[in-house]
Design a protein around this ligand. Structure first.
Ligand code: AMP
Ligand code: MG
Length: 501
């Protein structure tokens, strides 16, 4: 059946085409009013659309029917037809990019379909020009869309807060980047896509009324406890800043623990809900190098792995400045940010303790963590493989599998001895369970993504599905898939991932 004959079944007065996804849509962000967005429709993508990847788990979350991948859904989620019951819009925000105020940005290629009854918003990324596209073409390429789709789902399975992704659809429509590539659309899902930059936008324009409306919306919807705070003399906006600081601190601790570099931590890429958002040149570390820069466009290393926690704090400071007119007192605003400095180290240590299988706390833990990271950094030992082998060792494997990762055997043995002593009073079965659930076997390394992308570019999307299957349960062994958990091949270090997407 051709799309046109199929769509003829779904007539709409304006365009002639509406697809019913059998979702109930409710008013959400759109209630804020037109200062916050522009209503518009996605721009149809030329060429026949096709499915590239999909997540039935996200479909289930949304409450989509079991057989949701219909031809009508394919057209709608590619932006070719309107989804029944929606009034799509692009939101406006501003932000600091690479430490510099960039002024107005906004959804330049993302269109919010709306919010469903499940409390989740659905957004199409790569669905055409908006009033905020600036110099861009409103499109996203297949390569970066596959990376975003897979990483969203991988992060969720790792227990890390993130936006989700329902699917990627593509077409052969050409998109010009460094080379000609093809277009794709990611259907993203999150309770909210509001960023620090949304607040910065109205603060920079001294539009206090909108700023307050936005903050009230976020508090009422996502942080209701801020209304009844007894902190900061009951200042709900300061409580909001503190709550966001805490969530951001917890997020950064998780990123650091798993070895994740975001790569573009601009304030417009910081979620007000503390979610990982806007997957671009991200990377899971291969060899452990604290100064690793994953974004080829980041020449100064502003977003290097070991800079990320400080950058998050810098970004929170921008948010604090934006909220200042509402908080009304600079000292209170600064006090509300303070929590970051305690929550981040606490959460980070908690993550690392879990990675070490420590079920209780000891003064010496910090030293144990620092020492092992120093050893890993000295020889750029593979981060994921080290932790997984350590876990397997604790579950009964020969210690040589871990020791073999180090040239400095004595250094490692001496650390292992302190580690073993620290474990003296911890039941080994409990520790083994904890490490195996804290140290993933599978992460979305650049080369794994690249292999799936290259196959998809040749119209074989099975690699995306295989990777998704592994990444959806990254702590499981997945017998027969050890290739996906091995060392990166030599060519992996030549992959250059930049802001181009
Ligand atoms: P990003 O670095 O992907 O988070 O994007 C930063 C800003 O540029 C956001 O306002 C995006 O919407 C916008 N942008 C990025 N790529 C494009 C594109 N191809 N077309 C239009 N806007 C874009
Ligand atoms: Mg962005």
């Amino acid at each position: 059946m051709t799309p046109t004959t199929l769509l003829a079944e779904h007539e709409d007065a304006d365009t002639g085409h509406v697809a019913d996804l059998r979702l109930r849509w409710v008013e959400g962000f759109s209630a804020l009013g037109p200062s916050f967005f522009t209503e518009l429709r996605p721009t149809p993508l030329s060429g026949q659309p096709y499915w590239v990847g999909h997540s039935d788990k996200v479909a289930h979350l949304l409450g989509l029917p079991a057989a949701w991948r219909t031809d009508a859904a394919l057209q709608a989620l590619t932006g070719n037809t309107l989804v029944a019951g929606t009034r799509p819009l692009a939101t406006v925000y501003s932000g600091h990019q690479f430490g510099v105020w960039a002024g107005q940005l906004g959804d330049g290629r993302a269109i919010l379909l709306g919010e469903t009854e499940s409390g989740l918003e659905v957004q199409l990324k790569g669905s055409g020009l908006t009033p905020y596209s600036r110099m861009g073409d409103g499109r996203a390429v297949l390569r970066s869309s596959i990376r975003e789709f897979l990483c969203s789902e991988a992060m969720h399975a790792l227990g890390i807060p993130t936006t989700r992704a329902l699917c990627v659809t593509g077409s052969d429509a050409p998109v010009r980047r460094e080379e000609i590539e093809t277009a794709a659309v990611v259907t993203r899902v999150a309770p909210s896509f509001i960023r620090f930059g949304h607040f910065e936008h109205f603060a920079a324009r001294e539009r206090d009324e909108e700023l307050r409306a936005l903050a009230d919306y976020v508090i009422d919807r996502y942080y209701p406890a801020c209304r009844s705070t007894d902190r900061f003399n009951g200042n709900a906006y300061a409580a909001l800043l503190e709550a966001v600081s805490e969530r951001t601190a917890a997020l950064l601790a998780q990123w650091q623990g798993v070895g994740f570099c975001h790569g573009v931590m601009n304030t417009d890429n910081m979620s007000i809900l503390g979610l990982t958002i806007d997957y671009g040149p991200f990377q899971f570390l291969d060899g452990f190098d604290p100064r690793h820069i994953c974004n080829h466009s980041d020449t100064s290393g502003r977003y290097a792995y070991n800079q990320q926690p400080n950058v998050a704090y810098w970004n929170l400071f921008c948010l604090a400045q934006a909220l200042l007119p509402l908080i009304g007192d600079q000292e209170i605003a600064v006090a509300a940010l303070e929590s970051y400095k305690t929550v981040f180290p606490e959460q980070y240590e908690a993550r690392m303790r879990a990675k070490l299988g420590l079920t209780d706390r000891a003064e010496s833990d910090r030293g144990l963590i620092e020492q092992v990271l120093k050893l890993l950094a000295q020889e750029k030992v593979d981060y994921t493989i080290f932790w997984r082998r350590l876990s397997r060792y604790m579950a009964g494997d020969n210690p040589d599998t871990v020791r073999d990762l180090f040239i400095d055997r004595n250094g490692f043995d001496s650390w292992l001895q302190s580690f073993t002593e620290r474990h003296a009073n911890i039941p080994s079965a409990k520790a083994a369970d904890l490490v195996l659930a804290s140290n993933p076997k599978f992460v979305l390394r650049n080369h794994l993504g690249q292999q799936a992308i290259e196959a998809s570019q040749r119209k074989d999307h099975s690699g995306v599905a295989t990777l998704l299957g592994l990444l959806e349960s990254p702590f499981e062994e997945h017998a027969g898939h050890d290739d996906f958990a091995g060392f990166p091949p030599d060519w992996a270090s030549t992959i250059e991932i930049s802001c181009s997407s």
